[in-house]
Design a protein around this ligand. Structure first.
Ligand code: HEM
Length: 484
C-alpha cells in the first residue's frame, strides 16, 4: 500500500502533527495554529446526545428472505415474491442504561429492524418481549424516569421502579417477563424479537388486516441468572455478535406473523390494540413468512450504529400503523428524537438513506449533503414546491395507488378514556402458570431482591397485584421477601 499523507479535513497535507507553533521553545502559541484549532474544535464536538432510552446498542446488516408471499394481505413490494431478499439493519439495545452501562442488565432488549425495501424503509422498532409496561403514552416519561438512576444519587433505584409498578397494574404482565428467568439474555443472538404493537397490512382490494410480527431466534433462547450476569464483561453481548458475524456464524431468526381481520378485532374479547396484552396463539396462530439473517458488521460504529435512526413511522405502501395509543405517540416521538439527536437531514446518512430513489420537496437544513435528497443533481432549476406544472419533466407527484384504506371511527367519543379497569391479571397469571417450579422461584426471588428495597405500602400493593394474577404468585414473592 502506498504511504498516505496526513491531511486537514479539507484535504491539505499536514507537515507536522506533533508540535504546535509557538514563540520559541518556551513561549506561547500563535494564531497561525489553525490546524491545531481545527483539531481541538472537532474533538470538542465529537459527541452527539445519546438516545434518551436504548442508548447502549449494537447493530449489524443482513437480509430478510421472504418464504411465504403475503400478496393476499398486502401490496408491500418486499412481501410479494417468495425467495426475494431485502437488505436489513438490526440494532439491539438495552433500554434503561446509558452508553457505558452493561450489556447484562435485567432489562428488555430493543430489537429494531430497518428493511431497505424498493419502496422505502420499513422499520419495526420492537423489543424482545411481546408486550410493554404501558398502554397510554402519557405515562412513558414517568415510567422511564422511575426506572433510570436516582436523580440525586445517580444510583440505580429499585424502590422507585417498584413505586411506579405499584401504582400501575398495567405493567404487571411485562414486569413478570422482565423479572422471570428470561430477564437477562445471554447474548443478542439468543433473543426473540417482537414488533409488540398491533401493526397493519393492506391489500390491493383496500382490505386492512391487523398484524403482529415475531422474530424467533434460531439460536434458541439462552439466559443468565443475576448471579451469572455479575461476572460478565460489560461489552460481552456486543463482542459475541461481532465475533459470530466475523467468524461466518451468522445468527438468524424465523419470521412469523399473527393476523387478525378487522371484523375479528371488533368482536375480540381482548382489546387488540392494548400493548399490555398478547393475542393468544390458539386464537391467532403464528404464520411463518421468512428468515432474517445478520451477516455483515458495520464498518464504523459511530457513523452507522450510533447515527442509525429507527422510526415506527417509517412505513411503506401495504403496511400501516394501528389505533394502539402507544404506537400513535411513537409515530411522532422518534422522528422528533432524530431531529434533535442526529439532525434534520438524518435520513441522508448512508445507514438511514433508503436504497430507492428519494423524490420530495423538502430542501436544505443543516448538513444537507446529498444532492439526490435536496432536489436532484441535474443542473437545471428544479421545482421546490408542489403542485407545479412540471410532472412531464420528471418532477415528483403523489400517486393515489398508494392511498391507505380509510378507517371508520364514526361512533367514537373523543375524550380521555380511563383504562384502569382493564383486566391486567389474566395474562400475567397465565404466564405465571406456564412456568415450572424453578422458574416461579427465580421470578419470586428476582422480584423480592428489588421489592425488599421499597417501603411496606409499595410491597403490599405489589403483593395484591400478584395475588390477583395468581395467589401462588403472591405467596412465593411474600416468602422470598421474608427470607431477605
Ligand atoms: C410512548 C411510548 C414510547 C416513546 C415515547 C418512546 C420513545 C423513544 C425514543 C425517544 C427513543 C430514542 C430514539 C432515538 O434517539 O433514536 C426510543 C428508542 C427505542 N424505542 Fe421507544 N418509546 C416508546 C415505546 C417503545 C416501545 C413500546 C418499544 C418496543 C415495543 C420501544 C422500542 C424502542 C427501541 C427498540 C428503541 C431503540 C431504537 C434504536 O435501536 O435506535 N419503544 N424510544
Amino acid at each position: 500500500m502506498s504511504k498516505k499523507t496526513l491531511t486537514t479535513s479539507t484535504g491539505a497535507p499536514v507537515a507536522d502533527d506533533n508540535n504546535s507553533i509557538s514563540v520559541g521553545p518556551r513561549g506561547p502559541l500563535t494564531f497561525d495554529n489553525h490546524y491545531l484549532f481545527e483539531k481541538l474544535a472537532h474533538f470538542n464536538r465529537e459527541r452527539i446526545p445519546e438516545r434518551v432510552v436504548h442508548a447502549r446498542g449494537t447493530a449489524a446488516y443482513g437480509h430478510f428472505t421472504l418464504t411465504k408471499s403475503l400478496s393476499e394481505y398486502s401490496i408491500a413490494d418486499f412481501l410479494q415474491t417468495e425467495g426475494s431478499k431485502t437488505e436489513v439493519f438490526l440494532r439491539f439495545s438495552t433500554v434503561g442504561g446509558g452508553q457505558d452501562s452493561s450489556d447484562y442488565a435485567r432489562d428488555p432488549r430493543g430489537f429494531a429492524v430497518k428493511f431497505y425495501t424498493n419502496e422505502g424503509n420499513y422499520d419495526i422498532v420492537g423489543n424482545n418481549t411481546p408486550v410493554f409496561f404501558l398502554n397510554d403514552p402519557i405515562k412513558f416519561p414517568d415510567f422511564i424516569h422511575s426506572q433510570k438512576k436516582n436523580p440525586q444519587t445517580n444510583l440505580p433505584d429499585p424502590a422507585a421502579a417498584f413505586e411506579f409498578w405499584a401504582n400501575h397494574p398495567q405493567s404487571l404482565h411485562q414486569m413478570t417477563i422482565l423479572m422471570s428467568d428470561r430477564g437477562i439474555p445471554l447474548s443478542y443472538r439468543h433473543v426473540h424479537g417482537f414488533g409488540s404493537h398491533t401493526l397493519s397490512l393492506w391489500n390491493d382490494k383496500g382490505e386492512r388486516y391487523w398484524v403482529k410480527w415475531h422474530f424467533k431466534t434460531n439460536q434458541g433462547i439462552k439466559t443468565l441468572t443475576d448471579a451469572e450476569a455479575v461476572g460478565k464483561p460489560a461489552f460481552g453481548a456486543q463482542e459475541d455478535l461481532v465475533n459470530a458475524i466475523n467468524d461466518g456464524d451468522y445468527p438468524s431468526w424465523t419470521v412469523k406473523i399473527q393476523i387478525m381481520t378487522q371484523e375479528e378485532a371488533e368482536n375480540y374479547p381482548i382489546n387488540p390494540f392494548d400493548l399490555t396484552k398478547v393475542w393468544p396463539y390458539k386464537d391467532h396462530p403464528l404464520i411463518e413468512i421468512g428468515q432474517l439473517e445478520l451477516n455483515r458488521n458495520v464498518d464504523n460504529y459511530f457513523a452507522e450504529t450510533e447515527q442509525s435512526a429507527f422510526a415506527p413511522s417509517n412505513l411503506v405502501p401495504g403496511t400501516g400503523a394501528s389505533p394502539d395509543k402507544m404506537l400513535q405517540a411513537r409515530l411522532l416521538a422518534y422522528q422528533d428524537a432524530h431531529r434533535y439527536r442526529v439532525g434534520v437531514n438524518h435520513n441522508q446518512l448512508p445507514v438511514n438513506a433508503p436504497r430507492c430513489p428519494v423524490n420530495h420537496y423538502q430542501r436544505d437544513g443543516f448538513m444537507s449533503g446529498c444532492p439526490m435528497h435536496n432536489g436532484g443533481q441535474i443542473q437545471t432549476s428544479r421545482a421546490n414546491y408542489y403542485p407545479n406544472d412540471r410532472a412531464e419533466a420528471g418532477e415528483p407527484a403523489p400517486d393515489k395507488r398508494y392511498e391507505e384504506p380509510s378507517m371508520n371511527y364514526a361512533h367514537a367519543i373523543v375524550a380521555r378514556h380511563d383504562q384502569s379497569e382493564e383486566d391486567y391479571w389474566t395474562q400475567a397469571g397465565d404466564l405465571y402458570r406456564v412456568m415450572n417450579d424453578d422458574q416461579k422461584n427465580q421470578l419470586a426471588g428476582n422480584i423480592a431482591g428489588g421489592l425488599s428495597k421499597a417501603n411496606t405500602s409499595i410491597q403490599e400493593r405489589m403483593l395484591a397485584q400478584f395475588a390477583k394474577a395468581d395467589p401462588d404468585y403472591a405467596a412465593r414473592v411474600k416468602a422470598a421477601l421474608e427470607k431477605i
